[in-house]
Design a protein around this ligand. Structure first.
Ligand SMILES: Nc1nc2c(ncn2[C@@H]2O[C@H](COP(=O)(O)OP(=O)(O)OP(=O)(O)O)[C@@H](O)[C@H]2O)c(=O)[nH]1
Ligand SMILES: [Mg+2]
Length: 228
């Protein structure tokens, strides 16, 4: 009897990558695609797509990342890109207040077109920079998670993908299987423990879920930004 190796089933999920211009969406995508980091900001025109593979047990999952231009002037089809998305990463820059204040708007667009039944992870990028002085607050929601990464320090880059796949597949032992060699940029230091403590704190202080509905006001008081 001949034994043929079992082939993992490959499910593909469309994943939106959203956020203000300059927060690092394309850098994140490029890190996953080629491992490279680009210093200059070249605004995306329309859309970039790259597929990453993850595996749990014998099940392979493909996440098709749709990196949508953050600047509406370069937006192409804009929210025409949102149709049939199964999940989304809404990215902001941990050092830029305005990008955090915009998260609520990006979530509203996702909600309008895809419905917030889809899994979303709010992802603070540039954890290597001095954080904004405002405190970040986040509201518990059954389909929304929160994480922080640094594309520059190549830190935690698989975290948002794992969050989403965990929700999509209900499995916790996911491994990224399509990862190029990714190195931190020279001179880029990161206080990992401090950042992890901050994330734990943000989760601990999470506001209660409100009537199953997305909070729509940006609630930007002087020292606090409510992300969702
Ligand atoms: N310090 C730091 N800079 C970063 C990081 N990630 C990206 N950048 C820089 O942020 C700038 C913008 O990055 P992009 O990836 O082009 O931003 P984008 O979100 O795709 O912007 P649009 O295409 O205009 O929507 C670039 O200068 C990157 O080098 C990071 O983790 N840390
Ligand atoms: Mg871009």
């Amino acid at each position: 009897m001949e034994l043929s190796p079992s082939r993992p089933r490959n499910q593909t999920y469309k994943c939106l990558l959203l956020g203000d211009s300059g927060v690092g969406k394309s850098t994140f995508l490029r890190r996953h695609a080629t491992g490279k980091f680009t210093e200059q900001h070249v605004p995306t025109r329309g859309l970039l797509v790259h597929t990453v593979l993850l595996q749990a047990d014998y099940q392979a999952v493909a996440l098709e990342l749709w990196d949508v231009a953050g600047d509406a002037r370069h937006g192409g089809l804009q929210n025409g890109y949102y149709f049939h998305a199964k999940c989304a990463i809404v990215m902001f820059d941990l050092s830029a207040e305005s990008s955090a204040a915009s998260v609520v708007q990006w979530l509203r667009e996702v909600d309008d077109i895809c419905d917030l039944q889809i899994s979303v992870v709010i992802c603070g990028n540039k954890a290597d920079l001095k954080p904004m002085p405002q405190k970040l607050l986040y509201r518990r929601h059954r389909s929304i998670d929160y994480c922080e990464i640094s594309a520059r320090a190549a830190w935690n880059l698989d975290e948002p993908l794992k969050f989403l796949c965990r929700r999509l597949l209900n499995k916790s032992n996911l491994v990224l299987i399509s990862q190029p060699i990714v190195k931190a940029m020279p001179g880029c230091l990161l206080d990992e423990q401090k950042i992890r403590r901050r994330v734990v704190d943000i989760r601990k202080r999470a506001l209660p879920e409100q009537n199953d509905e997305m909070e729509t006001s940006t609630a930007t008081k002087s020292h606090v930004i409510v992300l969702n």
